[in-house]
Design a protein around this ligand. Structure first.
Ligand SMILES: CCCCC/C=C/C(=O)SCCNC(=O)CCNC(=O)[C@H](O)C(C)(C)COP(=O)(O)OP(=O)(O)OC[C@H]1O[C@@H](n2cnc3c(N)ncnc32)[C@H](O)[C@@H]1OP(=O)(O)O
Length: 392
């Protein structure tokens, strides 16, 4: 059974303490001060304790024991049975205080709460993002805090267009996030765009072996990139802060939750670009929104507003742009406190039976695109964008 560490225990008043089944070693700190806490100090500590972050089972047991000792005196109830683990842990904690006078217990309680309040104040101070940033990424800002790993695409001047380097860095960041101690992972964009999709200048970097080799290596990159999303083991959330284009839209079908700003739009103009769907969207989109709606997006390039994308099931919820960041991060911080193993396992139960199919679809979409990239339709569309003759 999981410990309470990953559990949301918003109100963990000591007298109704819910602890894990592990019995902690109790090392009670006696008051170092000679001062005696008044009844008023004690009551104020009782109120203060309700506002603190969950301090963990060991401290909760200390608080419980001191509370009982301060209010009822030495332990006076029969010892719970050996299988009643939680009540036994509480009883043991209280009993360990022996004949500690009520007043001392009250003082110790007040001291303990005061120590917890100051450490929780300092830990709640927000460090600037620069201090939390993980090193080694040039196109991303990756941070881990509050059990959330945030991967932010960071080429705002280029609308977060995804270069070869950014594909590789996103894969690295996802692999690291799958192993770190975060509970959930979030992909988002810096600036006014979520992402304008594939950086079309990727197609200009032709190796000496020629265009066929470029198409082949791009198809491998695409396949590897999408595989990382198919296999990602933890809850994966997209915080779509603005317009999204191309591959940044198609992979949304592989996320567990998609939050969108009211300013976001969802655009997959593959035919306009002489290309074809990727990111498993040829399978996930018809499944999510039905074949007719999916065809409008994937064949005809119909751009959806955030509200339309939500109505069609691609987006979980839309937030007003003015409060998007605040509302989304408040929500995600609450979710990140849920038991991480349970979330991971629920994701597996939901997704695992589709995985093999998704890998096969990804391979097929990548193979088709490899051919498309060699077509005149695609070459002309890319040239038109790069020579400023066309924009979406
Ligand atoms: C290897 C795996 C391949 C996977 C297959 C993936 C397919 C796709 O993702 S298809 C979708 C590709 N994306 C596009 O076609 C979008 C192209 N961009 C645009 O149409 C526009 O830039 C815009 C509508 C996204 C934004 O227009 P606007 O607000 O007018 O801003 P600018 O055009 O001035 O953009 C600012 C700056 O950013 C550059 N840029 C934007 N998007 C891309 C992009 N996808 N690729 C390359 N560069 C992009 C744009 O050129 C501007 O650059 P500067 O002129 O140097 O300032």
């Amino acid at each position: 059974m999981a410990g309470a560490a990953g559990r949301v225990v918003r109100r963990w008043y000591p007298h109704v303490l819910r602890s894990s089944l592990q019995v902690p070693a109790l090392q009670l700190h006696m008051s170092k001060t000679a001062m005696r806490a008044s009844q008023k100090d004690f009551e104020s500590a009782l109120s203060q304790v309700k506002l603190l972050k969950d301090p963990g089972n060991e401290v909760k047991l200390k608080l419980y024991a001191l509370y009982k000792q301060a209010t009822e005196g030495p332990c006076n109830t029969p010892k719970p049975g050996v299988f009643d683990l939680i009540n036994k842990a509480k009883w043991d904690a209280w009993n360990a205080l022996g004949s500690l006078p009520k007043e001392t217990a009250r003082q110790n309680y007040v001291d303990l709460v005061s120590g917890l309040s100051s450490s929780s104040d300092s830990s709640s101070q927000v460090k600037p993002e620069a201090d939390r940033k993980q090193p080694g990424y040039e196109t991303l800002v990756v941070t881990s805090e509050d059990s959330i790993t945030k991967i932010m695409m960071n080429r705002p001047a280029k609308k977060n267009a995804i270069t070869t380097q950014m594909y590789n860095e996103i894969m690295l960041a996802l692999k690291a996030a799958s192993k770190d101690d975060s509970a959930i992972t979030v992909l988002t964009g810096n600036g006014d765009y979520y992402s304008s999709g594939n950086d079309l200048s990727n197609f200009t970097d032709i190796p000496p072996e020629g265009i066929e080799e470029k198409a082949k290596s791009s198809a491998i990159l695409l396949r590897d990139f999408v595989d990382c999303f198919i296999d990602f083991p933890k809850p994966l959330i997209a915080a779509v802060n603005g317009p999204a284009v191309g591959i940044s839209v198609t992979i949304l079908g592989l996320f567990d939750t998609v939050y969108a700003s009211s300013r976001a739009t969802f655009h997959t103009p593959f035919s306009h670009l002489g290309q074809s769907p990727e990111g498993c969207s040829s399978y996930t989109f018809p499944k999510i929104m039905g074949p007719a709606k999916a065809a409008e997006m994937l064949i005809f390039g119909k751009k959806l507003t955030a509200a339309e994308a939500c109505a069609q099931g691609l987006v979980s919820e839309v937030f007003p742009d003015s409060t998007f960041q605040k509302e989304v991060w408040t929500r995600l911080k609450a979710y990140s406190k849920l038991p991480p193993n349970a979330m991971r396992i629920s994701k597996q139960v939901i997704r695992n039976r589709e995985k093999e199919k998704l890998h096969a679809i990804n391979a097929e979409e990548s193979r088709v695109l490899q051919e498309r990239w060699l077509s005149d339709e695609c070459t002309n569309a890319v040239m038109n964008f790069l020579t400023r003759k066309a924009k979406l």
